[in-house]
Ligand binder design. Structure first.
Ligand SMILES: Cc1cc2nc3c(=O)[nH]c(=O)nc-3n(C[C@H](O)[C@H](O)[C@H](O)COP(=O)(O)OP(=O)(O)OC[C@H]3O[C@@H](n4cnc5c(N)ncnc54)[C@H](O)[C@@H]3O)c2cc1C
Length: 401
């Protein structure tokens, strides 16, 4: 049984598979293994469209085996602990593997339990979340069958994967209800732990218009702490003028909620975690993606403390940097590739229209197209609905884009 690899990758998700594929394109002779426990791979960005009734959930799930690149070995296990001083990880099965270079890419953890009652009521009592494969179709059931009343959409105070996803679905729901002729009977609330609708002002201005057009009532700096499914009440905390924490409640007829998120526990409890980050992300140099204390360890994707938005779009720009820097390290060269914090958030503002928000670490718009991307467009909807899923399965995971 082989127990040492030149490059060991933890996680065969978006980041891990893209990186493995790109590494092998650069050099077929690299000795790479991917440690990944799941038999299935998910295209999570489409779960918003599933919740909006325009995408089949079954098309977001594929077999992991079909995407492990030729030349890489798949170790079907889960990493449990890290021994960076020994260049080793130990898996849940008890087997330990050593490496020359480690790439950490196990994604982010959904902390459902941090909202009391959420997990117990998820998928029933009109409580849903596009953040779970099994439940995203229920979002569409609720939106489609809604006849008016109070609709609550929540966003936690932690960073989440795809910061736009908690509110994207709200704009689509409002548009659906407008077309159904019931929006006047809908009292829509957005309860968000963030202080603003979106961190980049050029795009936030567009969203402010959408919020106002739909008469959405926003509650910023408000942290959802409990969902009582039986009573259909959401509880959230905010601060009063004196800075005291106040507990509020709101009765709902439907609730789309998003769990707080953090690094997976096995990362959080490891020597790789950033001790200054309560959410326990892997501590990296935000430009080279190299670990700050263990030079032969790199990380990319949702698990790092790089202060970028956690998206697949960010990964598409991180992976070439990580690949180049890993190859430099193996060749004994200086690390020269730098990631600038690029991320993108495709925000549908109504059915058939989408604003493609692109930006970097400084929250400066980084528009790809030669037009003002702060204006929602049909072409960008087509990009999200048809082109990006195809690119993901055929080009991104295979290391060709
Ligand atoms: C509702 C929703 C909407 C989104 N919308 C968009 C969007 O529009 N645009 C966009 O760019 N991004 C979007 N995203 C975000 C995007 O899906 C993620 O940023 C991306 O999948 C992160 O890739 P990753 O490789 O870091 O993690 P993942 O793709 O989640 O993969 C992590 C992998 O690590 C594995 N793993 C976990 N624990 C272990 C362990 N102990 N040992 C080994 N392996 C382990 C998991 O099984 C998994 O396969 C969205 C996400 C959601 C949920």
């Amino acid at each position: 049984m082989k127990l040492h690899y030149q490059i060991l990758i933890i996680g065969g998700g978006n980041a891990g598979l893209s990186a493995a594929s790109q590494l092998l394109h650069k050099n077929r002779n690299l000795d790479i293994a991917i440690i990944e426990p799941s038999e299935k791979h998910y295209y999570q960005p489409a779960w918003t469209l599933v919740g909006a009734g325009v995408y089949d959930i079954n098309n977001t799930e594929r077999k992991e085996a079909d995407f492990i690149p030729r030349g890489a070995e798949w170790i079907k296990d889960a990493v449990a602990t890290f021994q960076p001083e020994q260049n080793q990880v130990t898996c849940a099965s008890g087997t330990a593997y050593s490496y020359d270079v480690l790439l950490v890419a196990p994604g982010i953890q959904l902390d459902w339990q941090k909202i009391k009652g959420f997990k117990e009521t998820l998928g029933k009592n009109n409580v849903t979340s596009n953040y779970a494969f099994d439940v995203a179709p229920y979002t569409w059931e609720l939106i489609k069958n809604f006849e008016g009343g109070t609709a609550v959409f929540t966003n936690p105070s932690t960073p989440v994967k795809c910061g736009g996803a908690p509110h994207k679905i709200m704009y689509l729901a409002c548009d659906y209800w407008r077309k159904k002729g019931i929006l006047d009977k809908c009292d829509v609330h957005y309860i968000s732990g963030a202080g603003v609708i979106f961190g980049v002002k050029e795009y936030a201005a567009t969203l402010a218009g959408i919020v106002s057009r739909n008469r959405i009532k926003t509650h910023f700096a408000s942290n959802t702490v409990e969902i009582d499914g039986g009573k259909q009440v959401v509880y959230y905390e905010s601060k009063d003028a004196e800075g005291n924490v106040v507990r509020n409640d709101m009765k709902f007829d439907m609730c789309h909620a998003v769990p707080p998120q953090s690094a997976p526990d096995f990362v959080k409890n490891s020597p790789l975690a950033d001790a200054n980050n309560p959410l326990g992300y892997v501590e990296v140099d935000k430009n080279t993606m190299q670990h700050s204390r263990f030079p032969n360890i790199f990380a990319c994707g949702d698990c790092t403390n790089a202060p970028c938005s956690k998206t697949g779009a960010a990964i598409r720009k991180q992976v070439p940097v990580v690949v180049k820097n890993i190859l430099s390290m193996l060749a004994g060269k200086r690390l020269s590739a730098q990631y600038d914090g690029y991320s993108a958030c495709p925000i549908p503002t109504e059915y058939g229209k989408l604003m493609l928000a692109e930006f970097d670490y400084s929250n400066t718009p980084k528009m790809t197209f030669p037009f003002n991307q702060a204006i929602p467009r049909w072409t960008m909807w087509i990009l999200k609905r048809y082109i990006l899923p195809w690119l993901y399965w055929n080009r991104i995971l295979t290391g060709r884009a």
